[in-house]
Design a protein around this ligand. Structure first.
Ligand code: SAM
Ligand code: SF4
Length: 328
């Protein structure tokens, strides 16, 4: 099978597709309170364009796709796109990352259309802290979304938590108990310097080492076998109750084993979240080039993927785009 391999021998098999740059929340680490200038709708890839690109990526060896955004569930008819992608032969894994607000409403349509996994972002277990972080009073809706997901075949259900120093870091142990009692895989994501007006400083990052040590006061953590498709380090509490993941992009970057690539909602291929360049796929797509020509453009872009981001280096340059417009 053709593979997407870069100059460092890494093979791209995991594609994240942003279906919109819009969002109904305003998480302080992601976008400013007033929002961003949304793209005009005709600049977004259509479902047909996304499905065609997905077929091409899968023919090049991608076997996992995750739909994200912005908030993917604000894009009307998302279940229709899920149905189109779940029919792509050889796509083994189709997941969604969502803020959970519309999950209760949409989850059964999404599952019926072929969705296999869901990750829900939830940064606090306290409604008032949640409101302070996402700048919306949506806590109950997100919890209802998580519980609705539990009633379906979606497994595992992962909860993404960005820890922010001085804001929600008092809840590390509470999230450990949440994983143990609710059966969700709780994944702690280190705060990354990629939002607009996000207030990121090195001191605002709560390092994985600290979170791990505090969780171990509940029960010992036992490493689980790495799933090479995902960057999270996986652990289970040794007494068998609860699974935890850590995405330590800042303190323990995993660039050397990165297998991810991304398509933004306006059809740009990014080979790294922090990349400073991107490859336009939408223009050739709309110009009517063949699948073979698109495949050649994609292979060439992946072959040029850089070694990795430089967050901890003095010459680190933030990309112009926010996480919401890249597709986090
Ligand atoms: N709106 C959906 C959501 O929030 O799950 C999907 C898109 S969001 C950009 C994807 C993930 O990126 C979320 O889990 C969010 O917490 C995370 N994220 C956004 N900005 C981040 C940052 N500066 N550092 C770390 N994670 C971030
Ligand atoms: Fe929206 Fe997700 Fe960004 Fe929060 S993290 S503002 S929910 S895109």
């Amino acid at each position: 099978m053709a593979t997407l391999v870069d100059g460092f021998g890494r093979v791209a098999t995991n594609l994240r597709i942003s279906v919109t740059d819009r969002c109904n929340m305003r998480c302080r680490y992601c976008m400013p309170a007033k929002g961003l200038d949304w793209l005009p709708k005709d600049e977004l890839l259509s479902f047909e364009e996304i499905a065609r690109l997905t077929r091409i990526f899968v023919s090049l060896g991608v076997d996992k796709v995750r739909l994200t955004g912005g908030e993917p569930l604000v894009r009307p008819g998302l279940a229709q796109l899920v149905g189109m992608l779940s029919n792509v032969p050889e796509l083994k894994d189709l997941g969604l990352t969502t803020n959970g607000y519309y999950l209760e409403q949409q989850v059964s349509d999404l599952v019926n259309a072929g969705l296999q996994r869901v990750n829900v972002s939830l940064d606090s277990l306290k409604p008032e802290v949640f409101r302070e972080i996402v700048r919306r009073d949506f806590f109950e809706r997100v919890i209802a979304g998580l519980h609705a997901a539990k009633q379906t075949s979606l497994r595992p259900i992962k909860v993404n938590v960005v820890m922010l120093r001085g804001i929600n870091d008092s809840e590390i142990e509470a999230f450990g108990h949440f994983a143990r009692t609710e059966g969700f895989v709780v994944r702690f994501i280190e705060f990354m310097p990629i939002g607009k007006d996000d207030g990121w400083t090195p001191d605002s990052v709560v390092p994985t080492s600290e979170i791990k040590a505090r969780l171990e006061t509940i029960a010992a953590l036992r490493p689980l076998e790495a799933d090479h498709q995902y960057p999270a380090e996986r652990y289970a509490f040794a007494d068998g109750l609860g699974e935890i993941g850590f995405i330590s992009s800042v303190t323990e970057p995993f660039c050397e084993s990165c297998n991810r690539i991304r398509i933004t909602s306006d059809g740009k291929l990014r080979t790294c979240l922090f990349a400073l360049d991107e490859t336009d796929l939408r223009t050739p797509l709309r110009r009517g080039v063949s699948d073979e020509e698109l495949a050649a453009i994609i292979k060439d872009a992946v072959s040029r993927k850089w070694a990795g981001h430089l967050i901890n280096q003095p010459d680190f340059v933030r990309p112009d785009r926010t996480m919401s417009s890249i597709g986090g």
